[in-house]
Design a protein around this ligand. Structure first.
Ligand SMILES: Nc1ccn([C@@H]2O[C@H](COP(=O)(O)OP(=O)(O)OP(=O)(O)O)[C@@H](O)[C@H]2O)c(=O)n1
Ligand SMILES: C[C@](O)(CO)[C@H](O)COP(=O)(O)O
Length: 387
């Protein structure tokens, strides 16, 4: 079951004014879009479809190639932008999708989870607030009538759907719609109402920036000490002895050698040290605790299984991996010719940019077991951040 969030960020923000489309404007030290993206990442949603205007070339350059992000071009209307975003992930085995306005940066992870939970129980779910004010019609500054507010709701996002159903609904829908719930209902889907949050405002007019800052300030003050910026460091150390063989696997890269490394798994000593550093930062023990060597299913296992598990554990606990640094200690094989490939390999498993992964090597001046080429040692540090 893979859930993606589709964030529509291709509008021009004409009502908000200010020269720059509202999603790119600053808000409490970040841009509006950064708050929106951070909320979904904090909620543990890793697959993000970001719909950008073809005119926003700087944004395309910034987000292109970022781990977990798929870009799609916006259309003339919000509905068209959503359809383009849905089509961009057609081949990606997405089962559920949450569709959200970039212009709602105060969305709280709790509300995202509430929509996900309601979606798991049905075919579609969306947050809304019951209308509490009296409703009038008006013309030329005068009240011309009243409307019954009973059963009326103000719609919010994220609106959650089964991916295949909302894609089909959008493809079949002629022209613009108020939102994706309207599209879903036109296709006959039932949509559950999730209690919305009054703080989940959409930045629409110029005054909404100040309102959003007040909401984000309050959310910041309300966060418990435990939830505030949390930086963790972990270290890892591992050794594998040489034995018979014709290659070694180090940091995910197979290197021809006149010996092999021995171990229960593929003996990738570098990847093991990095994995243990992440477990260490989370105070989650080490590889042996999660993948006992006594368990035959891990015999000969590729070590990326261990690293992926540590990365997932970090994400589930709300941490992002900021960087890792790994030092391999050996006389041979020479590491430098392979280090760029190792960095790229590790970065793709860690889901971070390669410039946040360091792989370096040293000899031990022919001293000790590494100096006598009896084995390879590896040391690693990982920094994890929860913000
Ligand atoms: N063609 C469009 C229009 C809107 N949006 C996105 O849909 C969300 C909600 O739309 P709205 O608040 O109406 O944004 P804008 O269209 O940018 O605002 P305005 O109508 O004031 O120009 C915004 O995140 C906006 O970027 C989009 O991706 N593509
Ligand atoms: C989808 C939406 O956020 C629901 O409230 C809203 O309809 C989009 O913004 P717009 O101002 O109506 O275009």
């Amino acid at each position: 079951m893979t859930t993606a969030v589709l964030i529509v960020a291709a509008g021009r923000g004409t009502r908000a004014g200010g020269g720059l489309p509202k999603q790119w404007r600053p808000l409490k030290g970040r841009r509006v879009i950064d708050w929106t993206l951070a909320a979904f990442r904090q909620a543990g949603i890793e697959k993000i479809v970001l719909v950008l205007s073809p005119d926003d070339s700087e944004a395309w350059a910034e987000f292109q190639g970022q781990p977990g992000i798929v870009l799609a071009p916006g259309g003339d209307t919000r509905s068209r932008s959503v359809l383009n975003g849905l089509e961009a992930i057609e081949a990606q085995n997405i089962t559920r999708v949450l569709i959200h306005d970039a212009a709602r940066p105060c969305i709280a992870p709790d509300l995202i989870h509430a929509v996900e939970d309601a979606l798991a129980a049905g075919s579609a779910a969306a947050p809304a607030l019951a209308v509490t004010d009296a409703l009038w019609t008006g013309h030329e500054g005068k009240v011309t009538g009243t409307r019954d507010r009973d059963g009326l709701f103000a719609a919010q996002t994220p609106q959650g759907f089964r991916y295949a159903e909302i894609l089909a609904a959008h493809r079949a829908h002629p022209g613009e719609a108020a939102d994706d719930v309207a599209v879903a209902r036109a296709a006959g889907l039932d949509v559950a109402i999730v209690p919305g949050n009054p703080d989940n405002i959409k930045i629409t007019g110029p005054a909404d920036f100040a309102r959003a800052e007040v909401i984000l300030d309050r959310a910041d003050n309300d966060r418990s000490e435990e939830d505030r910026m949390d930086i963790r460091l972990g270290n890892g150390y591992d050794v594998h002895r040489f034995g018979a063989g014709n290659h070694v696997v180090l940091c995910g890269v197979k290197i021809p050698h006149d010996k092999g490394l021995q171990g229960h798994s593929d003996a990738d000593v570098g990847m093991h040290a990095v994995t243990d550093a992440i477990y260490g930062a989370l105070a989650e023990g080490d590889i042996g605790r999660h993948f006992p060597p006594s368990d035959p299913q891990w015999k000969g296992a590729a070590s990326d299984i261990f690293l992926r598990h540590a990365v997932e554990l970090a994400r589930n606990k709300g941490f992002q991996i900021s960087n890792v640094d790994c030092t391999l200690v050996c006389e041979y094989p020479k590491i430098t010719p392979h280090s760029a490939k190792m960095q790229a390999q590790m970065a793709s498993i860690l889901g971070i940019d390669a410039d946040r992964v360091s792989v370096k090597a040293t000899t031990s001046e022919r001293l000790g077991f590494t100096g006598r080429s009896e084995g390879i040692a590896a040391l690693a540090t990982a920094a994890l951040v929860k913000s």
